[in-house]
Design a protein around this ligand. Structure first.
Ligand SMILES: NC(=O)c1ccc[n+]([C@@H]2O[C@H](COP(=O)([O-])OP(=O)(O)OC[C@H]3O[C@@H](n4cnc5c(N)ncnc54)[C@H](O)[C@@H]3O)[C@@H](O)[C@H]2O)c1
Length: 435
């Protein structure tokens, strides 16, 4: 099949490449000229494990192209995937301007019948609204499909190629058959393609993200209870994870969730409730616990220094919102860095992948180093904000010899208090007794 993918960000690039890899001809289009120029020159604008090789292979095989021209992308494509951003407005509801801009450009460029597949996470009812808009802007026939995306950054290629399920919200049997045909290569292990109404498909995406976020916030609430009562959240987590009704995913305590999805989707979903006169009690609480969790961690750090961090050199390991991505959006590390900078601290950061985005975000207000231990030289403390693998088993002797003050604030519970104490460190973690 010939496919156009509108929006070549974290989702669009993976979707376009994954579909090309099963033999389809895909053209990815984006308004960002720099991004498209970067892709056309064989570089990737984002860090995502395994993606570079996959893009290169499909470009080489002439199944994958990048352009800024809608007409070029849509000319021959039967399926047009929308993968543009849906960030929050200042009020917290979803900003759909990128989606509507994409719709208008598709309408203008459509030379005949097209199937418009929406992968952007949008409030329930959006697809009906954009269907109406399309019909006002073009005389060409079309069908619409909602096909929410569940990939996780850092594991996006694998998640897209081996999904737990595919959800398709659709009103036409013929289109359903096309979607089944499209996704058949991804579902060979028997995972289901679930057909449902357009509104149910839109709601499913919010429900999944809310459920995942709720697990994290609930464990963080228990982490705080553990601290208050002298229990150890890591032990508690093992007890919880072993329950087959619960399982081990998304119950790691820490400094809260970030990223471009969970925080904004929760708030957008609360707005959906509000619009219908409902109160989203749990959704609001999940967000509140998350905000509080980040604030608590910042407070632990500041309190240690008596709220006087001016002139202190603080090292930070990991700035991306989670490991194996260079994405900083809504990352808990940003809250920590902002608070330290506001207090006048010198912040020295090391992240394995996110240097370019750190520069974009902070310019020269933070010092970025390119080696793990360089960040620790003469540091008055180390803050761990992202659990990259390379931080898990560090050389404690070397750390101790480099740091001016031996204190670690571990937002991801990577170490044990006993080991850190043996090496002479003060150690603060989440939901465990500090030493
Ligand atoms: N990032 C994730 O892990 C993830 C997972 C599942 C679903 N989603 C959802 O998928 C959607 C896309 O997320 P993302 O993280 O890829 O966003 P992103 O910001 O990384 O990428 C969006 C891209 O769309 C481009 N764009 C904006 N308006 C455009 C237009 N009118 N025409 C063409 N291109 C346009 C932007 O330049 C950008 O490159 C969002 O709705 C998000 O909630 C994201």
């Amino acid at each position: 099949m010939k496919i156009a993918v509108i929006g070549t960000g974290h989702v669009g690039l993976v979707v376009g490449t994954g579909l090309a890899d099963t033999g389809h001809y895909v053209t990815c289009v984006d308004l960002d000229e720099e991004k498209i120029a970067c892709l056309q020159s064989g570089q990737l604008p984002v860090y995502e494990p395994g993606l570079e090789e996959l893009v290169a292979r499909n470009v080489e095989e002439e199944r994958l192209k990048f352009t800024t021209e809608f007409s070029q992308a849509i000319r021959d494509a039967l399926l047009v995937f929308i993968c543009v951003g849906t960030p929050s407005t200042p009020r917290g509801d979803a900003d759909l301007s990128q989606v509507y801009d994409a719709i208008d450009r598709i309408a203008e460029a459509m030379p005949g019948y097209r199937i418009i597949v929406n992968k952007s996470t949008c409030p329930v009812g959006t697809t009906e609204a954009f269907k109406l808009r399309l019909s006002q802007k073009t005389k060409q026939p079309f069908d619409v499909v909602v096909n929410p995306e569940f990939l996780r950054q850092g594991a996006a290629v694998d998640d897209f190629m081996r999904p737990d399920r595919i959800i398709v919200g659709c009103e036409d049997v013929r289109v359903e058959e096309i979607m089944k045909e499209l996704y058949a290569p991804f579902l060979r292990t028997g995972k289901p393609l679930l057909l449902m109404s357009i509104r149910s498909a839109e709601m499913s995406k919010y429900a999944v993200n809310a459920m995942l976020a709720a697990r994290i916030s609930l464990m963080n609430e228990f982490a705080n209870l553990c601290e208050a009562y002298g229990a150890d959240i890591n032990e508690v987590r093992e007890g919880v994870a072993a329950d087959s009704r619960i399982g081990p995913s998304y119950i790691f305590p820490g400094i809260g969730f970030g990223g471009s999805c969970l925080p904004k989707d929760l708030v957008a979903c609360s707005h959906l409730a509000e619009e219908k006169g409902l109160k989203a009690h749990i959704l609001d609480a999940v967000t509140a616990v998350n905000v509080n969790q980040q604030a608590r961690f910042v407070e632990t750090i500041l309190a240690y220094y008596g709220h006087r961090v001016a002139g202190k050199r603080i090292a930070l390991w990991g700035v991306s919102f989670k490991p194996k991505t260079d994405d900083l959006r809504e990352g808990p590390a940003l809250r920590v860095i902002d608070a330290l900078l506001e207090g006048g601290a010198e912040v020295v950061v090391y992240d394995p992948a996110a240097d370019a985005n750190i520069h974009k975000q902070y310019g020269d207000r933070v010092r970025v180093v390119t080696k793990t231990y360089l960040a620790l030289e003469q540091a008055d403390g180390l803050v761990i904000t992202t659990e990259w693998n390379e931080f898990r088993r560090p050389d404690y002797e070397r750390m101790a010899s480099l740091m001016r003050e031996k204190v670690i604030f571990d937002g991801r519970n990577l170490y044990t208090a006993k080991t850190l104490r043996e090496h002479g460190f003060r150690y603060f973690s989440i939901g465990r007794v500090s030493v």
